[in-house]
Design a protein around this ligand. Structure first.
Ligand code: BG6
Length: 477
């Protein structure tokens, strides 16, 4: 994989920043029926769009109408690349049409032209939680094999149309979120899936995973035919799981738990099912719809690089006592406990820059492919003063420490990292909570949780800081 310069960038996703949810012929997607929540208050998935509910993604930060001035700001920041996604339902409003929506295609043409005009390389995720609602409602999302064909058609349409504008692609964003079957929003946003009464969530997960991995492999194969110079990666959420102690039982508990992180990339990268997964299917008696032809396609559609998000680490303890242990984390990961060495953000996310170096080393050893950190950032409450200044020192500290850890992994450990895109480079709607007040950007957007505000953009202190990091190619950290 030949590449001239390190890809310093910023990342967002269509549904979290575009708005214009029903404009230019766009159909509703799975996020368009998600209400706002808060830390500890889950977002609701409503049956339809209900008039008495607030849906924060419908307008988001209205990039749809601000894209020229926003890209101008990103250019001023000095970005080498910009990661965003294509809203599937802008291109195929229902998802099962044969002919794409020309207005949707044109919107991305204009956006990519604008980026390229400023020397910013687009890095594009095909599906970042944006499955057309119709495919979820009428077909059951990725429970249905037909979705493989619909996704392949969507991917081919994008590859053909943008083959001279976009080189870096990813198939599914954080495809492994759904390993956590306890929170319905992960299945819903990854796959358009709801688990029905009587279904075994684990069995549903593995069937859905297979169809999605197959869809991804088919997209890779098709993309390489359209333009052999494409770099097509997977995208996983990578939260390293540490053993609580050197007790061998803790070490083994962490090793087994890490399969939750590695299951998807193992197949994306190697093109076959890992032994531990086959054993698990057999142990649980799962008869999955996986054909011999599918297995050949998985082998042929391996990814070129591993894109991943890194925000935090977590810890497991083998003999956790859920009733008596004071540091048990009531999250999705069984037996997970607090890390006494690490601080947390206001949303309970452990702040662990060293964990990024650790993650880079583990992923590189395991896959021996270029790595791309396509999300890393600090969600925090920002105060804007009367001069429209935001002194976001905690964000600068977080980003600085993580970039430093990445540079050490590259310089001392020899990890091949092709780029780094800071998440939510401009404030966007939070994915897990639907809030605006959980801000990540170096650019502030005047909009609040209820949808009030002027939508004006202001540079935070972190804007100048990141501009300098890019200008010095990381030497300033
Ligand atoms: C990742 C997603 O999970 O983390 C993004 O790919 C998301 O879409 C980001 O926004 C941060 O999460 P949150 O919930 O703080 O917005």
């Amino acid at each position: 994989m030949q590449q001239k310069q390190f890809l310093w960038g910023g990342a967002v996703a269509a549904h979290q920043f575009e708005g214009g949810w029903d404009q230019g012929g766009k159909g509703p997607n799975v996020v368009d029926v998600m209400t706002a929540g808060a830390h500890g208050v889950p977002r609701q998935i409503t049956q339809d769009i209900e008039s008495d509910q607030f849906y924060p993604n419908h307008t988001a930060i209205d990039f749809y109408h601000h894209y020229k001035s926003d890209i101008q700001l990103l250019a001023e920041l000095g970005l080498k690349c910009f990661r965003t996604s294509i809203a599937w339902s802008r291109i195929y409003p229902n998802g099962d049409e044969l002919v794409p929506n020309e207005a949707g295609l044109r919107f991305y043409d204009d956006m990519f032209d604008e980026l390229i005009k400023h020397g910013i390389e687009p890095v594009i995720t095909l599906s970042h939680f944006e499955i057309p609602l119709h495919l979820a409602r009428e077909y059951g999302g990725f429970k249905n094999r037909k979705l493989v064909d619909f996704f392949e058609r969507f991917a081919i349409t994008c590859f053909e149309r943008y083959q001279h504008k976009v080189k870096y692609w990813m198939t599914f964003n954080e495809i492994n979120n759904q390993m956590d079957t306890s929170n319905p929003i992960f299945f819903w946003t990854n796959s358009g899936v709801k688990v029905e009464p009587g279904e075994d969530p684990q069995q549903v997960l593995y069937q859905v995973a297979h169809y999605e991995l197959l869809a991804s492999a088919k997209a890779v194969i098709a993309g390489k035919k359209i333009n052999p110079d494409f770099h097509i990666g997977c995208m996983i959420s990578h939260v390293p799981i540490y053993p609580y102690s050197c007790n061998p039982h803790d070490i083994m508990a962490a090793e087994i738990a890490m399969r939750q992180r590695f299951f998807f990339p193992d197949i994306h990268v190697r093109g076959y099912y890992p032994a531990y997964a086959l054993k698990e299917f057999a142990r649980r008696g799962y008869k999955l719809d996986i054909t011999a032809e599918d297995l050949t396609i998985l082998k042929q559609g391996k990814v070129d690089y591993v894109g991943f998000s890194y925000y935090m680490s977590t810890v497991v303890k083998a003999d956790v006592n859920n009733d008596n242990d004071s540091n048990v984390v009531n999250g999705a990961l069984p037996n997970s406990v607090d890390n006494p060495y690490i601080q947390k953000s206001d949303w309970g996310w452990a702040i662990d820059p060293e964990g990024l170096r650790y993650a880079l080393n583990r992923l590189y050893e395991r896959y021996q492919l270029p790595l791309f950190i396509v999300e890393n950032g600090f969600g925090a409450i920002d105060e804007i003063d009367s001069k429209h200044q935001v002194h976001d020192q905690s964000r600068i500290s977080y980003l600085n420490a993580h970039i430093k850890a990445m540079l050490v992994a590259m310089a001392e450990d020899g990890v091949d990292v092709i780029g780094y895109t800071a998440w939510g480079i401009i404030d966007v709607v939070s994915f897990t909570t639907g809030e605006m007040k959980k801000r990540y950007g170096v650019i502030y957007v005047d909009r609040d949780n209820q949808g009030n505000g002027s939508m004006k953009r202001y540079k935070k202190d972190s804007f100048d800081w990141y501009q300098n990091v890019i200008a010095t190619d990381g030497k300033s950290v």
